[in-house]
Every structure is written in C-alpha cells, then in structure tokens.
Design a protein around this ligand. Sequence first.
Ligand SMILES: Nc1ccn([C@@H]2O[C@H](COP(=O)(O)OP(=O)(O)OP(=O)(O)O)[C@@H](O)[C@H]2O)c(=O)n1
Ligand SMILES: C[C@](O)(CO)[C@H](O)COP(=O)(O)O
Length: 237
Amino acid sequence: MSNKVWVIIPAAGVGARMQADRPKQYLPLLGKTVIEHTLDCFLSHPAVTGIVVAVSRGDPFWAELMATTLNQYSQLHTAPGGRERSDSVLNALNYLVDTLQIAPETGVLVHDAARPCLSRTDLDKLLAIGGNQTAGAILATPVRDTMKRAQVDATRISHTEDRNGLWHALTPQMANVGLLRTALAAAWEKGVVVTDEASALEHAGLHPVLVEGDARNLKITRPADLALATFFLSATP
Ligand SMILES: Nc1ccn([C@@H]2O[C@H](COP(=O)(O)OP(=O)(O)OP(=O)(O)O)[C@@H](O)[C@H]2O)c(=O)n1
Ligand SMILES: C[C@](O)(CO)[C@H](O)COP(=O)(O)O
C-alpha cells in the first residue's frame, strides 16, 4: 500500500441524540463548525490525497461551507449519504472507485465528522501502523470502567462483563479501498448491520489491528460532549 491515502468523512447523520437545531457536525465550536475542525487534521496532512465527504442530499449547511470557508480546497469531494452510516461510507467508496477510478489497493481512512478532536499524533500513528496491515487497523482506547450488562428491562444490572480485552472503537479506521468496499457490500447483502468499518472486516473473517489512541478523540453524540470537545481543543498546544 502506498503511503498516500484517501479519507472518507461520513457526515450525513441527523444528530438526533444531540437534540440541536441542526445536525451536530454543523454546530459551532470555537469559532467554526465541528466538521471544519474535523477536516483540518486531514486537509493539512501531506499523506492525504483527497477527502470524500458523505452528506445528505440537499444538506444546506454543507453547500454553505463549500461556497465559503471550504471553497479553496480542491481535494474535497462529496458523495451522497445513505440511510445508515455504513451506507454513507459504501457510497463514498463507490464514488472513489467508480467516479474517481481510485485503485483498489489504495489506502483509505474513514473518520466520523463528529470527531473533531483527532490529534495529528494519533493520525500519524495510525498511518504508520495501518499502512502495511492487510486486515486493516483502527484507533481505539481500552475500556476503563467496570462494564455492566443490563437486564432486559434495562433498569437493573444483570451481571458484570469481563472488561479485560475490551476496547472502545474510535475513528479513523483504515483499510484498502477494494477490501473495505467488498466487506461493506457483503455485509449489506447479508443484511448485517455494521456500526463501524472494522465490523465489516471482521464479518469477512479478518482481524484488524488495534492502535491505541487518545481518549480525547471523542465522538460528539450528546449535548454535554460539545463542552468536552471545546475544552480538549482549547487545551491542546
Ligand atoms: N446515515 C448516516 C448516519 C451517520 N453518519 C455519520 O456517521 C458519524 C457517526 O454517527 P453518529 O454519531 O451516530 O451520528 P448521527 O447518526 O448523526 O447521530 P444520531 O444517532 O444521534 O442521530 C457522524 O459523523 C454522522 O454524521 C452518516 O454519515 N450517515
Ligand atoms: C464508528 C464509531 O464511531 C466507532 O465507535 C461508532 O460505531 C459510530 O456509531 P454510531 O452509532 O453511528 O454513533
């Protein structure tokens, strides 16, 4: 795999859990939108050839950014979002192969638009380790807390899960274009719901590498997460 990669940014979610007046990737954060912070890490990286952002059809916020603050970046492309996150990612992969004719052995990173706190250090670490992994690689952090399995009615504890060997999957998640496209398409064909790229690779019988990353690379999901992201981005040098 060459050391140059493409990046896919799934940004077609509605952010229901955020309960905001717009999708969370477009919420203001330290003077610009969440997604602009997310893109910053990749737009300035020498190993990144281009970026495909999967957005909902008719998304007015993305169109506004592309007409203003992002209009100078020729390496930015857009693909249609899908019903699920995995559909958005597959649409972007199909755009890379069918429209841009990107070779299947090209490396690709998939990173949530809602994760604006990715550090350059972690990105470089993933690129260095993931660049030669045939089964893919993901940023992840070991579980810290005691993990409880709820009873069916979700009000009481059923039992405690063994947390040894449990990790939080983060993004970016890295593989080559052809492998990931085939794995996601196969999962879709089988009706298997996958919530990250590694799940599709696992369903294909692969075991992606775990690359320990910084727990501050949080996914903005609920209202309190925006204040955390603000703190993390304000505190970094
Ligand atoms: N059909 C979808 C659903 C999600 N995403 C993107 O995938 C990332 C992670 O998904 P999540 O945090 O679940 O975002 P939402 O689906 O928007 O959140 P919610 O589940 O609260 O609606 C986000 O950047 C989101 O924009 C996407 O591109 N296409
Ligand atoms: C891809 C991901 O961020 C890894 O933890 C997570 O699976 C996204 O899940 P969501 O339900 O779409 O937020």
